[in-house]
Design a protein. Structure first.
Length: 208
């Protein structure tokens, strides 16, 4: 029964993470760092954000295998179906949000951005509490941290910065301008982690 609860919690987390990513994009103030590269690729190829997210994450999973080889546990194969569900949630939530217009008012955009950060925070918290598997975006960071004995948190910050920089350069090459990287990207990077920390600490206090 516990394992069913864990999987259900994890999948609910995937939905909220996907919704958060889409809300941040809907705000027109940028993308989340982890989705910056898939977003830039998706606007330059005939594939949806969810489809590109799946492909990019499969590349991250391949890199995990390159780095860890036999140390990559067999359970990590679950990253594939979980990423597929995540990608489907992204596209489905995007279609839903496309039907909801947002007036061209900066404060409303900012509110949508904050809702996206909150949704991502809830999703990541559920992913942590589910304890099923890491998505490839976090899995590659974990693999790097394990192999080179690095701090996960700091490695995550560096990796996110690398994704944003790569997305910016790719956008400049493809569109001659930077698309999807704005103040919302920085806000989501800073705020989402704080939300996760707050929710987890609150849950721990309630469980005492």
């Amino acid at each position: 029964m516990k394992i069913i609860k864990n999987y259900l919690t994890f999948i609910i987390g995937l939905f909220f993470m996907a919704l958060g990513i889409d809300l941040i994009i809907k705000s027109s103030l940028g993308t989340s760092p982890i989705s910056s590269l898939p977003y830039v690729i998706s606007i330059n190829v005939p594939f949806s954000l969810g489809e590109v997210t799946f492909v990019v994450n499969m590349f991250f999973l391949f890199l995990q295998w390159v780095i860890l080889r036999d140390r990559l546990g067999k359970m990590q194969i679950l990253q594939i179906p979980m990423t597929l569900i995540f990608a489907m949630f992204i596209d489905n939530a995007m279609q839903l949000l496309e039907q909801i217009p947002v007036p061209d008012i900066y404060m409303l955009y900012l509110m949508v951005l904050l809702l996206g950060c909150l949704s991502m925070g809830i999703g990541i918290t559920c992913e942590i509490l589910g304890r099923v598997v890491m998505l490839p975006g976090e899995g590659i960071v974990n693999a790097i941290a394990i192999n080179w004995h690095l701090d996960f948190g700091r490695t995550k910050v560096v990796f996110d910065c690398f994704l944003v920089l790569t997305a910016s350069l790719l956008s400049l090459v493809c569109s001659q301008t930077i698309v999807g990287i704005r103040e919302g990207t920085i806000i989501s990077a800073l705020l989402t982690g704080m939300i996760v920390k707050f929710i987890l600490s609150t849950i721990m206090r309630l469980q005492k």
